[in-house]
Design a protein around this ligand. Structure first.
Ligand code: AP5
Ligand code: MG
Ligand code: ZN
Length: 214
């Protein structure tokens, strides 16, 4: 089962991708999480990515595509995966389609988590992230058991550098220009499904499981 999560920054792609990964037993692959882990570890890849991310810009395709294709060729991806934050540009989508076609495969589901821009900014300012294990919380909608501490691994929670309102506005602009066209791309391939991302997290997940099946 190969799934792509589409949707604006803060739409809830990561939140839902984690639930999907758990229920269907496939790895959750977030390019944003991979970049943040590399920034934290101080790798060359992380240093390349950080400047773009902090401005709300996309990391160049030359860096991102190779990294993602390497990841999906690892052994744990044999049964499928849920991609969160990739593809984000038409060239990324075309590279993925081509790489899969070479193995006689294709994406099964592209799920667009639809949330209007107005809702996004307030969601982002309440988000808290664990940079160690990738868990995500919200001060209002999904608080951790102990304030500021990750339920999963006990690390300190932080406001992501790119969740400041100014940067969020840039990310939304970039989303509309470069990523939204993927909705039509996957519609034409006949695999697009849209869910209303303004519902509660549980209701969004319910809509997604109806699409994916038991
Ligand atoms: P990335 O990490 O992918 O960020 P993003 O797409 O901007 O998405 P977010 O992670 O901000 O939001 P989300 O949709 O996952 O929402 P979440 O579930 O956390 O990318 C970061 C950067 O890395 C990019 O800007 C770019 O620079 C670079 N990058 C990454 N991939 C790239 C690529 N392929 N190409 C080039 N560059 C790339 O939810 C948000 C908040 O809302 C949380 O607090 C959550 O608890 C809460 N929430 C979720 N659902 C609900 C709900 N239903 N109701 C109420 N609150 C909710
Ligand atoms: Mg995310
Ligand atoms: Zn954690």
């Amino acid at each position: 089962m190969k799934i792509i999560m589409l949707g604006a920054p803060g739409a809830g792609k990561g939140t839902q991708a984690k639930k999907i990964a758990e229920k269907y037993g496939v790895p959750h692959i977030s390019t944003g999480d991979i970049f943040r882990a590399n920034i934290k570890a101080g790798t060359e890849l992380g240093m390349k990515a950080k400047g773009y991310m902090d401005q709300g810009l996309l990391v160049p395709d030359e860096v991102t595509i190779g990294m993602l294709l390497d990841r999906i060729h690892q052994d744990d991806c044999e049964k499928g995966y849920v991609l969160d934050g990739f593809p984000r540009t038409i060239p990324q989508a075309e590279s993925l389609t081509k790489a899969l076609a070479e193995m006689g495969e294709a994406i099964d589901f592209a799920i667009d988590v639809d949330v209007p821009d107005e809702n996004i900014i307030s969601r982002m300012s309440g988000r808290r992230a664990c940079l160690k294990c990738g868990a995500t919380y919200h001060t209002q909608f999904a608080p951790p058991a102990k304030e500021g501490v990750c339920d999963v691994c006990g690390s300190e929670l932080v406001l992501r550098d790119d969740d400041k309102p100014e940067t969020v506005k840039n990310r939304l602009k970039v989303y509309h220009e470069q990523t939204q066209p993927l909705i039509d791309y996957y519609k034409e391939k006949g695999v697009l499904h849209t869910v209303d991302g303004t519902q509660t997290m549980e209701a969004v997940f319910q809509s997604i499981t109806e699409i994916l099946g038991a």
